[in-house]
Design a protein. Structure first.
Length: 560
């Protein structure tokens, strides 16, 4: 799969194919639109789910319909309430509210009743074959399967056995309920698919009430139908399941929900599978589901991404009918675009070099007024202390600069943002020759605007007062993997072989004092450095900031 290049243009997008379907339905008089987002509560939601959430809830909003949140909790072995809670939190954070909160497990009684109905119609039977025998007798794409020796049991016998399965008389794996369709069907999913299996395990909602659990194909469409879902939107891999989805609904004569498939969202340098993300968590490659390097919604929230940015991203990637891969930098583009409008500016130095202004009186201090956000006047201003000793960014100084270097260098002048012009007079080295300090002089008349004699100074750099700066742990995040598609590995390798050792780099930074008041989640632009937010680990005793995204727009560069 090649990486999709998407034009970042402001023009209005055309209707996607699902919107076309809906508008056709509405034109026919079917104006009630009901969608649903159906996560399995077996992990935290990732950006792929966010795409599905924005699509399902977005369509309901656009067409005056409703969207349900339905937990697809039919497999008790992997599910947990922890995940239910996190899913609800994530959907709400993205900005959506569900019309109804439902659980497939709430439908177990109805599903069971319908299964008996199918048995009575001669459309389902109890099979005593083991899972392995069932698999072997399924045939292949070119060879028809073999009928089970139990396929022609009488309705009475099937009913009796199915009831006893439910009553717990049989051990796990000893029997299944199968739909009686066609063992020679060209679509292998229709070769007598399993509807129920025996699992003697507690369910997080129904407790010990059940020891038989419905399979996805049987439960999903029927749950849609119970909720009168008009447009059941899922990902492409379910396209081959659609005939089965329709078969059950038709046989039962229930509300005819319709399934539509769109391409999964895939992104570069990360993975979209809860199962694999769980492996990263379990192997402690990351600190948890909300580690800011994860592609989960909870991690993106912690990292400082905004819901608005994610919604804009989801809208821009649109709805594709064929699998594609979206460049991660497209998401970063939207994050940057949103934070540029909303994040207040601050000054912070991540790699400090000390500057002493030798002609600035000892003990003198001034406060400089700084604009909080040039994009938003209502954000106001703040004061930043200026003192004789400052920190500047180490790479804002070069001892032997190339021609077009406009930052600080020996004998050259630069503007300190919001304050004075300074000139570097002397470079102090330690015994090993490392630069440890710069001796500078300032022009006292250069406070407002440029110099008094009109000389031109091009460079502007940021700074913090050495006396008042607050130390903070700054976590710089990079891609978690070094490979564009970490799943694309050769034999003997796994995605663990492509972890980026530099996915997290921690530095000690020096911040202007007002940043000490930030609360977890507060977002800032560190001028000239990037967008940062206060991490949930941060406390007044130990400030911790996450780098949300760098300032540099690598996306724009790529598309040039
Ligand atoms: P995973 O493989 O990560 O576990 P899943 O499809 O099993 O994903 P579900 O909880 O079953 O996860 O998914 C809930 C909904 O989100 C489904 O409708 C599914 O199609 C959709 N979804 C899951 N992953 C993606 C993705 N990468 N892009 C778009 N939609 C997705
Ligand atoms: Mg699933």
């Amino acid at each position: 799969m090649s990486v999709e290049k998407i034009e970042v243009a402001e023009n209005e997008r055309a209707l996607n194919f699902i919107e076309e379907v809906i508008e056709t339905d509405i034109a026919k008089g079917n104006t009630r639109i009901q969608t649903r987002f159906p996560p399995e509560p077996n992990g935290y939601l990732h950006i792929g789910h966010a795409k599905s959430i924005c699509l399902n809830f977005g369509l309901a909003q656009k067409y005056g319909g409703k969207c349900n949140l339905r937990f697809d909790d039919t497999n008790p072995t992997k599910e947990d309430v922890e995940y239910v809670d996190s899913i609800k939190e994530d959907v709400r954070w993205l900005g959506f509210e569900w019309a109804g909160e439902y659980y497939a497990s709430d439908y177990f009684d109805q599903l069971y009743e319908w299964a008996e109905q199918l048995i009575k119609k001669g459309k389902a039977y109890v099979d005593d074959q083991t899972q392995e025998e069932i698999r072997q007798n399924r045939g292949t794409v070119t060879v028809a399967g073999t009928n089970s020796p139990w396929r022609d049991r009488s309705v009475e016998e099937n009913l009796d056995l199915f009831r006893r399965m439910r009553a717990g008389e049989f051990p796990d794996g000893s029997k299944t309920l199968r739909a009686k369709i066609d063992m020679g069907h060209p679509n292998m999913l229709l070769r007598d698919p399993i509807m129920y299996r025996i699992i003697h395990i507690r369910h997080h909602r129904t407790g010990d009430k059940w020891c038989i659990y419905p399979m996805y194909d049987y439960a999903h469409g029927e749950s849609d139908s119970i909720e009168n879902v008009t447009h059941s939107i899922c990902t492409l891999e379910f396209a081959v399941h659609r005939p089965l989805y329709d078969w059950f609904i038709e046989q039962l004569g229930i509300f005819p929900s319709k399934q539509y498939e769109f391409a999964r969202l895939n992104m570069t340098y990360t993975m979209m599978s809860k199962r694999k993300l769980l492996q990263l968590v379990e192997n402690k490659v990351v600190t948890g589901w909300d580690d800011p390097r994860m592609p989960t919604i909870t991690a993106m929230r912690r990292r400082g991404y905004t819901a608005r940015a994610i919604r804009a991203f989801a809208d821009r990637v649109g709805v594709a009918k064929r699998d594609n891969v979206i460049d991660f930098s497209l998401l970063e583009f939207f994050v940057r675009e949103d934070l540029n409008k909303t994040a207040q500016r601050r000054m912070a130095v991540l790699d400090p070099l000390k500057v002493v202004i030798t002609n600035y009186p000892e003990g003198k201090e001034e406060m400089f007024e700084c604009v909080n956000n040039p994009e938003d006047e209502s954000a106001g201003k703040r004061e930043v202390p200026f003192t004789r000793e400052l920190y500047i960014e180490r790479d804002d100084f070069m001892e032997n600069p190339p021609k077009k270097y406009f930052r600080l260098s020996p004998g050259k002048e630069v503007r300190l943002r919001y304050s004075y012009l300074i000139k570097c007079d002397e470079v102090i080295n330690d015994a090993e020759g490392n630069i440890i300090e710069l001796r500078c002089t300032y022009d006292p008349d250069s406070k407002h605007g440029s110099s008094s004699d009109g000389r031109k100074v091009k460079g502007v750099i940021h700074w913090v007062s050495a006396k008042y700066a607050k130390k903070a742990e700054i976590r710089l995040y990079n891609m978690l993997f070094t490979k564009e598609n970490p799943d694309d590995v050769t034999e003997g390798e796994t995605f663990f072989d492509y972890l980026n050792p530099e996915s997290l780099v921690t530095v000690e930074g020096f911040l202007e004092p007002s940043l000490a008041e930030g609360k977890p989640g507060d977002k800032f632009q560190f001028e000239r450095v990037g967008y940062f937010c206060v991490d949930t680990d941060s406390s007044p005793e130990k400030l911790v900031f996450n780098r949300t995204v760098t300032l540099k727009d690598s996306w724009a560069k790529m598309n040039r």
